[in-house]
Structures are given as structure tokens and as C-alpha cells.
Design a protein around this ligand. Structure first.
Ligand code: ADP
Length: 626
């Protein structure tokens, strides 16, 4: 850089004034004194006039010297101020230019450089002075610059443009402002050029644009993958898109099968006939072997067309007019599952951008293929599971049906001989009871009791079996009517137990089955009057309460109560808390209640404490208002 500094800074104004006025004073005073002395010497008679004339002269010199001093002082002071302002302005200008990556040049009308600052050329800036654009740039760049500058000279106004110029063989971008240099007398006398090097900015911009394009490409691939379902369609969508986004002549996805030592071509897209076809397999040995395939990173083969001994794969490419290639591994969750391969035609270079697209696509496709494989596995498993469930259900239904039929027929067939035993034993007791001794009468009574117990058991089993086997229509039912009927049917039993039953009418209409509801009420009321302490008269209270979309029916008693630990199991068939000698029963009553209520879509439960009575409840759906 060359900056011309101000050669001589102005001297202090007083000193300047002194320097000018002192010689004047000496000269003027000397002149007056010498001239008056000569006058006096030649004409002594004029002596009287000489003295005042000298005085006048000296006075004049004093006045003019003062005026001169003031004038010079003012001039020098102004000059000094201007000089300081100029220096400050120049230093600001220098500072701005030094910090900014801007070069400035000035050329005359013939476009010869006359001044330069901060130029990108080798050597000092001054070295380009006297040269022209043709001496500094390529022919085309020089022609371009001259065209711009000539237009500025012709039009007399500034032009702004971005140009690409080769500097020392390297292309660089400049933001150029060319302005006319004007002179008051001669008009446009040249051009001034301010050039900012924007190469880095431009490169960043290009990188950003490339990034954006890649992002869009990745987005397109991701969308295509999302639309695809099977691994084949995922791979097909990817190869199509990747080929469209790159200059590849052929793109394919391979899936490795390490057990089989082979790779399956999952999808191919090519702009020419190719021997690779989707669905075909090739040995991993042709690809360098299992271990090599497992371990490789991205493989980039530049131009293989010039290789003298091409390996088998490369030889195959040559036959298809392919040369360069990039193979990106497909890794999912740390496992090598395949590769994405892009091949390029002979003479087509392997661009870094294409490699980037392949890399990004490979990540997407690897994840998508893994997902698809998992999904397929889940689907297969679901199908298998469904088939297994169907098989098991069929087997279960069959064995259930068999079991139900068996229970039903057994129960049914068992009752006939039992009834015969009870009938004949009763008849025998009636006919011959009086003739039998105490022991034999007791035996007979035990036969009858045992047979009756067994009959009750079979009857309950039959009921439970029917509940499990048969479908029961659910209808709008008036629970009050059913409770009344059931209690009427149980009147003999109730009075025999000396029980009081209190019902809080009205009772609601609910969705139920008449038979099932009757069975539930009968068993609950029967138990409530049965399980009381000896000597206690049973008191039962029946009522219903509304709970959201249901009604809860309560059967409360003053019986012996049930320990919390037993409250669940008493609903299981044959679970009894007392011996038959103490409280008669089969242990199936509550199982019937539970099954009946469940069949009607309801629920059942109990609240109780030993010695504190029990509160059995069941819930049924309320009828929606008409
Ligand atoms: P069963 O009444 O024939 O014994 P359940 O299935 O009806 O059979 O009842 C099972 C058991 O639950 C009964 O043996 C009894 O121990 C207990 N239980 C049922 N209801 C009551 C009740 N209201 N109070 C006390 N215990 C009861």
C-alpha cells in the first residue's frame, strides 16, 4: 500500500509571521535609515527635515509590519487548521480502508492505473500504476472490466456489479463499484474502482444453497419412504429419488444375508439396461467377502474405467458403461444390514454433493428398512398369534361344550335315581317306620337327608351349568314385580325361619333377565335368612339406590357376618365357611348369583363384618328414560 503523507506540516502561525515580518522590518528600517543618511550627507541643509521624515518612515514601517504580521498570522493559522482537518480525515479514510476488505484504484480516461490501494495483486500497490487491465487480468476478465469502466466513462455515472475474476489463477468474486472521477474544468477524467472481495461470502452462500437443496432432497426421500409400506417399496422409492437428485446412472439397494453369505438386490433404478435386477441374489464373495462387507465404510471409486485389472464387480460395471461409484453401508442400530450403491457413467465425475446425498439417503433407508422388518415380524407374529388363539378357542369351545353337556347330562341323569331313593325311602318310612327300631329309623332319615342334599347339589350344579351354557335375553324388567314374586315363592321358607323381610318400594325398572334376576334374589334372600346366629330371628331389608347409569340393589341382614378375607372366595363354587351340619347348603348359591348378574352385564359384591350382619349388593343398568 502506498499512502502519500503531507510532506511539510505548517509551522506555528506566530513563527511563520515572525519569519516574514522580521526580514521586512530589517529591510524597511535599514532602507529608511540608509536613504535618510545619504540624503543628509549630500544635503546637510535639509537636516531639519530629515529627522521628521525618518520618523514618518519608521512609523509607516511599524504600521505595515503589524498589518503584515496579522495577515500572515491569520493565513498561517487557517492553513494549520485545514492541515489538521485534512490529516484527521485522511487518517479516518485510511483506517476505514485498512479495516475493510476493499481495494480502491483510480484510472485515467485511457484506463491506465494512476493510483491504487489495497489491491489483490502481488507486490506493492504502486507497482500497478502505469499498467492497464490487460496487463493484470486474463483476456476475458480484462475485457469485462474494460466494458464496465468504459460504460461509466461514457455515461458519467457509477455502476455496481458482482464479477468473478481470476487472481493468481484462482477464481475470486468481487463486489465492484465503478464511479466516474470528475474534474470541474475537464468533466470526467477517469474512473475510480472500489472492489470488495466477497469470495468467502459467496462460498458460504453456495454451501448454504447446497445444504438447502440437500435438505429438500432428504425431505423428498423421507416422504417417499413414509408413503412406502414394504422393504421393497421403501428401497424402490429411495433409489428413484436418489437417482433423480444426483447424476448417478444407476442406483441400487442391497440387503445382506450373512447366514446365506449373499446379498439380495432389493431395488434398482438405472438409465440404461442393467444386469442387476430386483429380487436377484449375488454372493458376498464377489463383493470382497463377508468380513469386508461387514466392516467397510463409504467406498468411493473415482474413475475405474482406466484400471488395468478390474475386479469382477468393476468389470461388470464397465460392460454397462459405468465407471465411478460410491457404496454407502446401511447400518441400523449398529448392525450392518446392506448397502446403497450409486454408479456413474464413464466420464461422469463423482461429485461430493452426490456422495452426501447417498450418505443421507442411506441413513433414512437403513432406519426405514429396519422399521419395516420389525413391522413385518410383528405382523407375522400377530397372524401366527391370531391363528393360535383361533385354534385354542376352538379347542376350548369344543371341550367346554363337551364339559357342559357332560355336566348337564350327568346332573340330569343323577337326579332320577336320587329321586327314586328319596321316594322309596320316604315310602318305606311311611309304611314300615313304626315297625323299625330307633337306629334303623335314624338310618332311613339319614338316607333321605343325604339324598336330598345331593339332589339340591345337583340342582344347583344344573342351574350353574345352564347359566354358563345358555344365552339369556336382556330386557326391560320391573324389578319390583320380580322381588314380590320371589318373596311370595319363598314365603314358607321365610316363615319357617321366623324371618322378617322388609322391602323399600318402589323398586326400579332395569335391564335384566327375569329368570336370572329371580335366581339372584332367591339365593341372596335365602342366605340372609339362613346365616343367623342360633336363636336370632332373621331381619332382612331390601332396597335399591341409583348410581349414575345403574341401580344398586342391597340385601341387608342381621346374620353372622363374613370376615373380609373370605368375602371374595364365597362367590366361587363349593366355597363354604361352615359345615353342612351347622348351616345346610351346597356352596353354589353365590356362584349362581355372580354368574347371573354378570350375564346381565352387572356387578356383585358384599360389605360385612363378622357378627355385624352382611350387606350383599348387585348392580344392573338403569333403563334409559323413554
Ligand atoms: P350355601 O349358602 O349353599 O352355603 P353360598 O354359595 O350361597 O352357598 O354361600 C357360600 C358361603 O358364603 C356360605 O356357606 C356362607 O358361609 C357364606 N354366606 C353366604 N351368605 C351369607 C350371609 N348372608 N351371611 C353370612 N355368610 C354368608
Amino acid at each position: 500500500m502506498t499512502v502519500r503523507r503531507h510532506a511539510t506540516p505548517p509551522r506555528r502561525p506566530h513563527r511563520v509571521a515572525r519569519h516574514i515580518v522580521t526580514p521586512y522590518l530589517i529591510l524597511a528600517v535599514g532602507w529608511i535609515v540608509v536613504s535618510d543618511w545619504l540624503l543628509f550627507r549630500d544635503a546637510p541643509a535639509s537636516g531639519a527635515a530629515t529627522a521628521p521624515s525618518m520618523l514618518k518612515g519608521l512609523l509607516f514601517v511599524a504600521v505595515t509590519a503589524t498589518l503584515l504580521y496579522l495577515l500572515v498570522y491569520r493565513y498561517a493559522a487557517t492553513t494549520e487548521r485545514l492541515h489538521r482537518e485534512l490529516a484527521a480525515s485522511e487518517s479516518r479514510f485510511r483506517l476505514a480502508l485498512e479495516r475493510a476488505p476493499v481495494g480502491v484504484t483510480v484510472q485515467d480516461r485511457e484506463l491506465t492505473y494512476v493510483w491504487a490501494y489495497h489491491t489483490p495483486f502481488e507486490g506493492p500497490d504502486a507497482s500497478i500504476v502505469g499498467r492497464r487491465d490487460e496487463d493484470l487480468f486474463d483476456v476475458e476478465d480484462a475485457a469485462l472490466l474494460r466494458a464496465v469502466k468504459k460504460e461509466v466513462l461514457r455515461e458519467g455515472r457509477a455502476l455496481h456489479t458482482v464479477v468473478s475474476l481470476r487472481i493468481r489463477g484462482e477464481p475470486r468474486h468481487f463486489d465492484l463499484t465503478v464511479s466516474p472521477v470528475m474534474d470541474v474544468r475537464d468533466g470526467t477524467i477517469g474512473v475510480a474502482c472500489a472492489a470488495a472481495d466477497v469470495t468467502d461470502l459467496k462460498r458460504t452462500e453456495q454451501a448454504l444453497r447446497a445444504g438447502e437443496t440437500r435438505l429438500r432432497a432428504v425431505g423428498e426421500i423421507a416422504q417417499a419412504i413414509l408413503r412406502a409400506r414394504s422393504p421393497e417399496s421403501i428401497a424402490q422409492a429411495v433409489v428413484g429419488h436418489v437417482r433423480g437428485l444426483t447424476s448417478a446412472a444407476r442406483c441400487c439397494v442391497l440387503l445382506y444375508d450373512f447366514e446365506d453369505d449373499s446379498a439380495e438386490v432389493l431395488a434398482v433404478d438405472a438409465d440404461r439396461p442393467t444386469r442387476l435386477a430386483a429380487g436377484t441374489r449375488r454372493s458376498l464373495r464377489t463383493m470382497g467377502g463377508r468380513e469386508a462387507v461387514r466392516a467397510h465404510e463409504t467406498i468411493e471409486i473415482g474413475d475405474s474405467s482406466t484400471a488395468s485389472y478390474p475386479p469382477p464387480l468393476v468389470a461388470a460395471w464397465h460392460e454397462e458403461g459405468l465407471a465411478a461409484c460410491v457404496i454407502v453401508p446401511l447400518d441400523a442400530e449398529g448392525e450392518r444390514i446392506g448397502a446403497l450403491s450409486l454408479s456413474f457413467g464413464v466420464g461422469e465425475p463423482l461429485r461430493p454433493r452426490d456422495v452426501d446425498v447417498a450418505r443421507e439417503a442411506s441413513q433414512l433407508v437403513a432406519i426405514a428398512l429396519r422399521q419395516a422388518a420389525l413391522q413385518r415380524r410383528v405382523q407375522d407374529y400377530t397372524v401366527e398369534l391370531e391363528a393360535r388363539v383361533r385354534e385354542r378357542t376352538a379347542a376350548l369351545t369344543e371341550s367346554n361344550t363337551e364339559l357342559e353337556a357332560y355336566t348337564y347330562s350327568v346332573s340330569h341323569d343323577l337326579r332320577a335315581p336320587l329321586r327314586a331313593i328319596i321316594g322309596f325311602a320316604a315310602a318305606m318310612n311311611e309304611d314300615r317306620g313304626a315297625t323299625l327300631d330307633e337306629t334303623n329309623r335314624d338310618y332311613l332319615a339319614q338316607i333321605i337327608r343325604g339324598a336330598e342334599q345331593m339332589d339340591a347339589l345337583i340342582k344347583d350344579l344344573l342351574t350353574l351349568s345352564r347359566l354358563r351354557q345358555e344365552e339369556h335375553a336382556i330386557d326391560l324388567v320391573d324389578s319390583e314385580g320380580i322381588v314380590r314374586e320371589t318373596l311370595a315363592e319363598m314365603a314358607a321358607e321365610t316363615s319357617q325361619r321366623n324371618a322378617t323381610i322388609e322391602v323399600e318400594y318402589p323398586l326400579p325398572r332395569v335391564l335384566a333377565n327375569r329368570t336370572l334376576l329371580r335366581q339372584a334374589v332367591r339365593n341372596l334372600v335365602g342366605n340372609a335368612t339362613k346365616f343367623v346366629a342360633p336363636g336370632v330371628a332373621p331381619r332382612v331389608r331390601i332396597f335399591a339406590e341409583s348410581r349414575d347409569d345403574r341401580f344398586r340393589f342391597w340385601v341387608e341382614d342381621n346374620g353372622i357376618g363374613i370376615a373380609p378375607a373370605d368375602q371374595e372366595r364365597i362367590f366361587v363354587p363349593f366355597e363354604r365357611l361352615h359345615g353342612v351340619e351347622r348351616y345346610a347348603g351346597t356352596g353354589i348359591g353365590l356362584a349362581i348369583v355372580r354368574k347371573a348378574v354378570l350375564n346381565m352385564g352387572g356387578a356383585v359384591g358384599v360389605e360385612s363384618q363378622p357378627g355385624g350382619g352382611s350387606r350383599f349388593w348387585f348392580e344392573l343398568f338403569a333403563v334409559p328414560p323413554l
